[in-house]
Design a protein around this ligand. Structure first.
Ligand code: KG4
Ligand code: ZN
Length: 343
């Protein structure tokens, strides 16, 4: 069976066609990023309008690339939440219209869980239970996953998400949006002796994160630098020291979470899972602990519809079906509450 995945939770409009749950026939991602850049972050209204223009074009392009017809699609999977409400509604409406017109089943998918599921699409040896670790622009979540639909949140950020912290620090340094890739690039191979940012660990027992303090600490250091030239000179070292602190906390807490649940695999997902230092650190640390760590390939770290189709297909196999009354939600907490009520 061929599954069509549709993703419109933030600034990426994405469609993908996946055969049998794993074989990617086509994947198209259109980003409205350029339109948001001058505002230093995603503007919801611009994102929604862009999705309206792009969603059917993405679908058409996918069909062309895969050389199939609409009638060959057997299942439609769509991001239900969390995300920007206006953006989600565009994808959801398109998915519902297609399901109705084609007479095909419809499955709503959670975007955060899908980020973890991306690892399952490319690593055949991976199995449940595992620790799902989502580090994206909107979420930092540690969860025990027993199946595609059964999971328990173990920890999350109490303030900024990891990607958000990267974006804010980049903004302080005048590096543009999104900041993560640029901070990663500038910090590569740099070890700072001049700057050190305290590791924001809430307490030994807690599996929660807090990243707003480190962002403020960076701001104070940058304010101490008198000239633009000084700031430019210090930027690489500040990026390296900041990245070192954040990736160390992400590494330690995820290992601690896996050990607390006796889980032998960590599956990382979301935009920050592309970070080169996080990959290095978590690989090295997990090897020592005898824990397997799986990072999806880079195109599946960022927002995409392959992960939506993949998870949608897995949920369909478990019996999930949604109706045309399906609504969207903006908040991951809301999803967790309803998921746990159903388990
Ligand atoms: O998963 P994603 O594409 O969108 C959300 O669902 O939020 O994640 C986007 C986030 C942005 O905050 C971006 O700065 C961050 O991922 N990011 C990175 C890197 N690449 C993207 N952060 C650190 N290092 C990277 N290489
Ligand atoms: Zn995402």
């Amino acid at each position: 069976m061929i599954t069509l995945g549709i993703e419109t939770s933030c600034d990426e409009t994405a469609a993908a066609l996946v055969k049998g749950g794993r074989e990617v026939l086509a994947s198209v991602v259109f980003s409205s990023l350029e339109e948001h850049k001058e505002f230093g972050g995603v503007v919801p209204e611009i994102a929604s309008r862009s999705h309206v223009e792009a969603v059917l074009k993405c679908l058409d392009l996918c069909l062309k690339k895969a050389k199939i017809h609409l009638r060959d699609i057997g299942l439609i999977a769509v991001t239900q939440g969390p995300g920007l409400m206006g953006s989600l509604l565009v994808g959801l409406s398109a998915a519902k219209a297609l399901a109705l017109a084609l007479g095909k089943p419809l499955v709503g998918v959670d975007h955060v869980v899908a980020h973890v599921y991306a690892g399952f699409l490319t690593d055949e040896k991976l199995s449940f239970p595992c620790l799902g670790f989502v580090v994206s622009g909107g979420h930092t979540v540690l969860a025990r996953m027993d199946s595609p639909s059964r999971f328990k949140a173990l920890g999350a950020t109490v303030d900024d998400a990891a990607g958000e912290a990267f974006d804010k620090v980049a903004k302080i340094l005048g590096l543009g949006y999104p900041g993560g890739p640029e901070v990663d690039r500038l910090a590569r191979g740099v070890r700072s002796t001049r700057f050190f940012f305290k590791r924001p660990i809430l307490s030994r027992e807690s599996l929660n994160f807090s990243f707003s303090g480190i962002k403020t600490a960076v701001l104070y250091e940058v304010r101490k630098l008198r000239s633009e030239q000084e700031r430019r000179k210090a930027a690489k070292e500040i990026c390296a020291a900041f990245q070192e602190s954040v990736t160390e906390v992400l590494t330690e807490k995820s290992i601690q979470a896996a050990k607390s649940q006796n889980l032998k695999a960590i599956v990382v997902g979301g935009g920050v899972s592309a970070n080169s230092r996080l990959r290095e650190k978590l690989w090295a640390r997990s090897r020592k602990e005898g824990i397997r760590v799986v990072f999806p390939p880079l195109p599946l770290c960022r927002d995409n519809a392959v992960m939506i189709a993949g998870l949608g297909r897995a949920l369909y196999a478990e019996g999930k079906r949604d109706t045309l009354e399906m609504g969207s939600y903006s908040d991951f907490e809301e999803f967790l509450r309803s998921a746990n009520a159903g388990n």
